[in-house]
Design a protein around this ligand. Structure first.
Ligand code: IPM
Ligand code: MN
Length: 369
């Protein structure tokens, strides 16, 4: 049995609570002889700031570099609202993404039939939904320079962020999208704002050329990012794979999350390039939801996005797609039985705690083994 090295970074708020449920799932897989995990733990976000005065320590960065996969909870909270910008909780996550070169963020939005009524949209619009948002994660306005506030000296200040993309960045994220589409329903929708942004003009040009050159068998369409936001709530089932930049991807994936019933349902994978020598890739897995400080410590958080992110680690980092399928099936079965955390309650269902939801998923996993 192979051993996989995980670095667990629970972070802040509900992060530690949902991470505890992933540990249960990992222990259950080990107990059934399916896979073995060596789990180290580190600090990120506000908890790292409290301990080290920065959003992630050099020691934990080194552990992240050496891990087969980083499993990440969530960062941030009102406690750290006043800390200097460079060491704010989010800086830890952004450094991990940048230094590990995790340029491809996969955010699947799947609506489990049992949850169609928890969505704010009508059942017929979301039932059976299965889309994949591919968000560029190491470029664009998140990292572009200059990024600053300058004093104009006349009582005015100027805030500057820079949206910048080079050809190679657009090509490599485009390839991820086209490759995924080939294994799904063979359609890619590329999104930018070429009607107002030069980076959008280049994005459109590069994706169009890449498609023609390497992926003519895949159906490609383009939608302006504002129109795509509208189409996501009008008729989301028109989409298969959506590829877009860092900022649009951030916003559109939150919209897509609500289609599935709750932000508490959406997992994500952040992947680097495959190393030609070792055939391995750096990777970080995190729920799309944040640290939810309002419900932290109450045992109310939904652990499904976090457990789903661990399933993505099995699929994309360890080649254990069958085990990932089994975890996803255990989640679906648990929901079918009517168990719900508070965020996804609808109709005659049973409200359970974070730990009870985790236990129920583990029980389904064991029962199917
Ligand atoms: C996300 C989050 C992050 C982002 C924050 C926490 C920096 O919203 O992963 O979607 O904006 O990328
Ligand atoms: Mn976000």
């Amino acid at each position: 049995m192979a051993t996989y090295k995980l670095l667990l970074l629970p972070g802040d708020g509900i992060g530690p609570e949902v991470m505890a449920e992933v540990e249960k799932v990992a222990r259950a897989l080990a107990a059934m002889g399916a896979a073995r995990f060596e789990m180290e733990r580190g600090l990120v976000g506000g908890s790292a700031y409290d301990a080290h005065g920065k959003a992630i320590s050099e020691g934990d960065m080194a552990l992240a570099m050496a891990a087969d996969a980083v499993i990440f909870g969530a960062v941030g909270g009102p406690k750290w609202d006043g800390v200097p910008y460079d060491v704010r909780p989010e800086a830890g996550l952004l450094r991990l993404r940048k230094d590990l070169a995790l340029f491809a963020n996969l955010r699947p939005a799947i609506c489990y039939p049992a949850l169609a009524d928890a969505s704010s949209l009508k059942r017929e619009i979301v039932e059976g939904l299965d889309i994949m948002i591919v968000r560029e994660l190491t470029g664009g306005v998140y990292f572009g320079e200059p990024k600053e506030i300058i004093d104009l000296g006349n009582g005015q200040k100027r805030g500057i962020d820079t949206q910048v993309y080079d050809t190679f960045e657009i090509e490599r994220i485009g390839r991820v999208a086209f490759e995924l589409a080939r294994k799904r329903r063979n359609k890619v929708t590329s999104s930018e704002k070429r009607n107002v942004m030069k980076s959008g003009v280049l994005w459109h040009e590069v994706i169009t050329a890449l498609h023609k050159r390497e992926y003519p068998d895949v159906q490609l369409e383009h939608q302006l990012a504002d129109a795509l936001g509208m189409q996501l709530v009008r008729w989301p089932k028109q989409f298969d794979v959506i590829v877009t930049d860092n900022l649009f991807g951030d916003m559109l994936s939150d919209v897509a999350a609500m289609l599935t019933g709750s932000l508490g349902m959406l997992p994500s994978a952040s992947l680097g390039a495959v190393d030609k020598v070792t055939d391995k890739r750096k990777a970080l897995y995190e729920p799309v939801h944040g640290s939810a400080p309002d419900i932290a410590g109450k045992g109310m958080a939904n652990p499904i996005a976090m457990i789903g992110s661990f399933a993505m680690a099995l699929r994309y980092s360890f080649g254990l797609g069958d085990l990932a399928d089994r975890i996803e099936k255990a989640i679906a079965d648990t929901l079918d039985e009517g168990l719900r955390t508070a965020d996804i309650k609808a109709g005659a269902t049973t409200i359970v705690s974070t730990a009870q939801m985790g236990d129920a998923i583990v029980a389904k996993l064991n029962a199917a083994a």
